[in-house]
Design a protein around this ligand. Structure first.
Ligand code: NAD
Length: 256
């Protein structure tokens, strides 16, 4: 098989500015393995700082731009900038997301729309913009963060709006995989169980971690690195026959 990957590929990650988040850990993990890195997060200067640190640490090219993934034109503008600053974009990782613990009987229309807007429509905006470039090059890898919450109907921290959005990510992943396969683009989702970040209402206490781990079959909750390693595989050239898949990184929380 002849390689379609350029010598020096770029991965764009949304939601990679949060210091203890999965996105920043994944950006570092991939840069360490030679990927150039584009960062899209809400705050422009935080996105740029993360990128500058990555470039200085790993000697790759990196650039950050601020954009709200809910805003399609802002996403397109940010992507244009990343493409002008960085080598060919081969991979996109959709990590930008928010939690939502509101009980179903109480969730407001505003909260519902906010969560669906960021966690599902935002994924669509960035995915389609990235796919347009990838289709032109005839190669691409797209990975989006779903959640075990989509599969089990919540049960970790977030509730219905989050579960619905993350289930939507799985549907979008499969539909996009079907349409984009002809262009050499694979589209996959990762469904993590609880990962030790600040998204579930702030830093997790040892007691909360212990309770969350008790539902799975391993004696711990996940670390950002567990997800980073899965992303690294799914965006590799060798994962080219895996598409439309949801990879559970959840310590056995959901087996089916
Ligand atoms: P985090 O809060 O540390 O990171 C989320 C990032 O998304 C932040 O950098 C934030 O600024 C960014 N973001 C939020 N809204 C945005 C918007 N509108 N536009 C652009 N960027 C925006 O959370 P995390 O735990 O690292 O989560 C990363 C992804 O993994 C999320 O999609 C989350 O739903 C998913 N996930 C997390 C867990 C977990 O237990 N931590 C489990 C399953 C899935």
């Amino acid at each position: 098989m002849t390689s379609r990957y350029p010598q020096s590929p770029t991965v764009v990650l949304t939601g990679a500015a949060s210091p203890r988040g999965i996105g920043q850990a994944t950006a570092n993990y991939l840069a360490e393995r030679g990927w150039n890195v584009g960062v899209i997060d809400l705050d422009d200067s935080e996105s740029k700082t993360v990128a500058q640190t990555i470039a200085a640490t790993y000697g790759v090219k990196a650039f950050g731009v601020g954009a709200d993934v809910v805003d399609d034109s802002a996403v397109r503008a940010a992507f244009d900038v990343l493409e002008s600053e960085l080598p060919q974009v081969v991979a996109l990782v959709n990590l930008a997301g928010v939690s939502s613990p509101d009980p179903y009987l109480e969730v407001s229309t505003e909260e519902w729309d906010r969560v669906i807007g960021i966690n599902l429509t935002g994924v669509h905006h960035v995915t389609r913009r990235a796919a347009q470039t990838m289709a032109r090059h005839g190669v691409g890898r797209i990975v989006s963060l779903s959640s075990v919450s989509a599969q089990r109907g919540g049960g970790t921290y977030s509730k219905a709006a989050y579960s619905a959005a993350k289930a939507g990510v799985i549907g979008l992943t499969r539909a996009a995989a079907r349409e984009l396969g002809a262009f050499g683009i694979t589209v996959n989702a990762i469904a993590p169980g609880p990962i030790d970040t600040d998204i579930m209402g702030g830093p997790l206490t040892e007691e909360r971690k212990r309770r969350m781990a008790a539902d799975g079959v391993l004696d711990r909750i996940g670390e950002p690195r567990d997800v980073a390693a899965a992303v690294s595989y799914l965006i590799s050239e060798d994962a080219g026959f895996v598409t439309g898949h949801t990879l559970n990184v959840d310590g056995g929380l959901y087996m089916h």
